[in-house]
Design a protein around this ligand. Structure first.
Ligand code: PLP
Length: 395
């Protein structure tokens, strides 16, 4: 019998994964084309041709090197390529020496939180946020403090100031945001930075800004996402190629430290990050993918497909009478639940084979997340189901 006291991890259930598993079972039961699965952020656009071309070329190289261990921090040529790419966006210089190549943004978040947090220290996250933040923070011994958003779903700065305490060690931002699609504006980043600098002075210790950016390139209205390094000195960026290059299963990303973190502190932090990765058993990021990224960095999948999906879905839902937040980026749309209980609404949607994620797991009530990284055809075919659902609520 597995000991009861060891069951904590087993109770750690993800609502998104459960819904995705339900979707898989339902598709097997009634046919894939009958289920409108908007549950998961799996890119629906193929990786750009440079990815497969590069893999084919690499297969002709020395197998023992290609599939061998790499340095734990990543291949030097890749770290340099990443720094060069970041230096096109950041006015603060980024050095290859402070880049850690890792298995996606998730691993970057896990190891940096482990490196920064000490028992019971606090991580502030702005709701709505990616549910894994709670899990990663708690597994690192910290405590997640959630700050409510304002009406536009941007961080509420007054609430933020109130949430900072002596125990605040990390502030976690995600732009463009999963689940709302909101992009943090420049004035928001400036204000956030001012508040953090004052708090560092007040409490006389560093507070780190951890910026989770797997959707950085997925913006649709011509405005690039402001580069976080330009606003605050104690910044760590977590990035992933999962979404921009449509490679989520390949597990490749990186974290990068600002050169404005005080030199001794930066060395200590980077050493702790490396140690945390070792403690997690993250030996190195996949060797083949490191070599692919070195060659393909700067490319993206065809993002225009998501832009078209955004219009199709947003306009379709508005026509049915639903109240939606127009997303600036990522590939998620946040829709108001017509009843207070978003879980009940999402359950009701299942009756029409619509799989929508209730917002409770993202730290806010009353919304559902609709992932539009699906085919345009599925969005079109789902509209009668949304119409029927809307009619149930008299919309
Ligand atoms: N952060 C956010 C906001 C995400 O949505 C995701 C994945 O969906 C991740 C991090 C993890 O990214 P990766 O799969 O690259 O580890």
């Amino acid at each position: 019998m597995f000991p009861e006291k060891n069951l904590a991890w087993g109770r750690n259930k993800s609502c998104i994964r459960e819904l995705a598993a339900y979707g898989t079972a339902r598709k097997a039961q009634i046919g894939a084309d009958k289920v409108f699965d908007f549950s998961i952020g799996n890119p629906s656009v193929p990786a750009p041709p440079c990815v497969n071309n590069c893999i084919k070329e690499l297969l002709n190289t020395d197998s023992c090197i290609l599939h061998g261990y790499t340095p734990a921090v990543g291949l030097p040529e890749l770290r340099k390529a990443i720094a060069d790419d970041l230096n096109k966006k950041s006015s603060v210089p980024i050095s290859p020496d402070y880049i850690y190549v890792c298995c996606g943004a998730a691993a970057g978040l896990v190891i940096s939180l482990r490196a920064m947090l000490f028992h019971d220290e606090e991580v502030i996250a702005f709701a709505p946020f990616f549910p894994e933040y709670q899990v990663f923070t708690e597994a690192a011994g910290g405590r997640l403090v959630s700050v409510k958003p304002n009406e536009a779903l941007q961080p509420d700065m007054e609430e933020f100031e109130k949430a900072i305490t002596e125990r605040t060690k990390v502030v976690l931002i995600n732009t463009p945001n999963n689940p709302s699609g909101v992009v943090l504006r420049e004035d928001t980043l400036k204000k956030l930075s001012d508040i953090l600098k004052q708090a560092e002075e007040k409490y006389n210790h560093s507070i780190y800004l951890l910026s989770d950016e797997p959707y950085r390139e997925l913006v649709y209205d011509g405005e690039p996402v402001p580069c976080v390094f330009d606003y605050y000195h104690n910044t760590i960026m977590c990035y992933s190629f999962s979404k921009s290059l449509s490679l989520p299963g390949e597990r490749i990303g990186y974290l990068a430290l600002s050169s404005e973190i005080e030199a001794e502190e930066r060395d200590a932090l980077f050493a702790s990050i490396s140690g945390a990765a070792r403690a997690c058993g993250y030996v190195n990021a996949p060797s083949l993918m490191q070599r692919v990224i070195e060659k393909c960095i700067g490319n993206t999948s065809d993002i225009s497909v998501y832009k078209e999906n955004r219009e199709l879905l947003y306009n379709g839902l508005k026509e049915q009478g639903f109240d939606c937040v127009y997303p600036d980026g990522a590939f998620y749309l946040f829709m108001k639940s017509p009843e207070k209980d978003a879980k009940a609404f999402a359950e009701r949607a299942k009756k029409y084979e619509l799989l929508l994620v209730p917002s409770d797991d993202f730290g806010v009530e009353g919304y559902v997340r609709i992932a539009y990284c699906v085919s345009a055809d599925m969005i079109r075919r789902s509209m009668p189901a949304f119409k029927a659902l809307a009619e149930e609520y008299g919309l």
